[in-house]
Ligand binder design. Structure first.
Ligand code: IFM
Length: 410
């Protein structure tokens, strides 16, 4: 007997730079060329042209929601130029999702900004940020009719971490670039994890201000539910280290959960879990069970993350905007997701308001410098772009269908 509400969203997620291809005006397009050992995004999954096929596969499987992003660098390729054609492109994506019965969950910023904005003097932390970001958000509201869920920033805490990485790299203290997500590439660098920088709270506070600005604009011009998505680390204290745990949690995520005050929802993004001892997050050693990004196999992380976000967020409704596993074994993906959903259902049974589950990722997409960590429910041929759904897509779709039947019969 499901505890999930009838309108619970079942879907999958992508981000523009990771799937669209040829995002040539974005800052990360240039960053890729500066990352030693990195592979370029290039054509990515060519979803810029193949989005209908992607959405059709989701709808055919039984899913009911699609989280995708709008790419600022396409909407505003130059400071003095907004592209009507690109606005129309994203409107077509929204229309296609609605036509296929998929609830669009739209992200306005998923790690990438226009390169000209990054150059203007500090990007999101620079003096022009509020004016530039506000103008972009206002312009995008012209195409958001009928969209019920809008995400301002994806993982502001990881954006704040990326700033810390960039500062470290600029100081020459880091001879090798680390991908922007915590989960990436730690397998080869287990010893490095302990000395990784932490998200810069100053950057965090600047992002909270930009988020609040966007919430104001979106509330005034749309009827959508508005929130942002936090990378939840599912930290757990080791005995006697509760105070360190509280400090670590604050700098990594609670600052951002608290910055959600007044929002309509908090996007929870969870992959793994990490204990905290007296020295901080405990480095995770290489292990045969690790995922392809070197993180611990922890399906229970989602339940921990939901409970933490609910508690710190003060009861703001939650939407799982990312959860998944980097693996080339789809049976393992299903087992992981089964475990994660069990944690979600337990949390809901305990009274936590969770509005949906969006799996990361729909496609085997570009993982910020790498193609090897495959998170997708659908494989993509890197030469032909042919999509091949994995059993996990049908499995997740079946969960959605079973829930719909139970909810209707309830
Ligand atoms: O691919 C990323 C995504 O862009 C943000 N959250 C984590 C994912 C997996 O590392």
């Amino acid at each position: 007997m499901t505890t999930l509400a009838p309108g619970f969203l079942w879907g999958a997620a992508t981000a523009p730079h990771q799937v669209e291809g040829n995002n040539v005006n974005a800052d990360f397009w240039r960053t890729e060329t500066r990352m030693p050992g990195a592979t370029y995004s290039g054509d990515a999954c060519d979803s810029y042209h193949r989005y209908r096929e992607d959405m059709q596969l989701m709808a055919d499987a039984g899913l009911t929601a699609y989280r995708f992003g709008i790419e600022w660098a396409r909407i505003q390729p130059r400071p003095d130029l907004f592209s009507r054609a690109e606005l129309a492109h994203y409107r077509r994506m929204i229309d296609t999702a609605l036509e296929l019965g998929l609830t669009p969950v739209v992200t306005l910023h998923h790690f990438t900004s226009p390169a000209w904005f990054a150059d203007e003097g500090g990007g999101l932390t620079g003096p022009t940020a509020a004016q530039r970001w506000g103008a972009y958000v206002e312009r995008v509201t012209e195409i958001l009719d009928g969209v019920e869920w809008i995400i301002t920033f994806n993982e502001p805490n990881m954006l704040a971490l990326m700033t810390a990485f960039a500062e470290l790299a600029a100081s020459g203290a880091m001879d090798e670039w680390q991908s922007p997500t915590l989960e990436v590439d730690t397998s080869d660098h287990a010893g490095l994890v302990a000395s990784l920088p932490t998200p810069d709270p100053e950057v965090g506070r600047a992002l909270i201000a930009l988020h609040r600005q966007a919430v104001g604009i979106l509330r005034a011009r749309t009827t959508a539910k508005v929130g942002w998505t936090i990378a939840n680390q599912a930290f757990t204290p080791t005995p006697g280290n509760e105070a360190t745990y509280a400090e670590v949690s604050h700098v990594w995520e609670d600052l951002y959960l608290e910055g959600s005050a007044g929002d309509d929802f908090i996007g929870v993004q969870s992959y793994s879990s990490q204990p905290v001892d007296a020295n901080g997050p405990v480095p995770h050693p290489p292990h045969p069970d690790n995922t392809l990004v070197g993180s611990a196999y922890r399906p229970d992380a989602l339940g921990i993350a939901l409970r933490h976000a609910w508690e710190v967020g003060g009861g703001i409704p939650l939407l799982v905007t990312e959860n998944g596993i980097a693996t080339d074994d789809d049976t393992r993906r299903i087992a992981y997701t089964e475990g994660a959903l069990a944690g979600l259902e337990d949390a809901v049974a305990d009274g936590i308001d969770v509005r949906g589950y969006l799996h990361w990722s729909l496609l085997d997409n570009y993982e910020w410098g790498h193609w090897e960590p495959t998170f997708g429910l659908i494989a993509v041929d890197r030469e032909t772009f042919v999509r091949t759904p994995k059993p996990s897509l049908a499995w997740l779709g079946q969960r959605a269908r079973a829930h719909a039947e139970t909810a209707v019969g309830a």
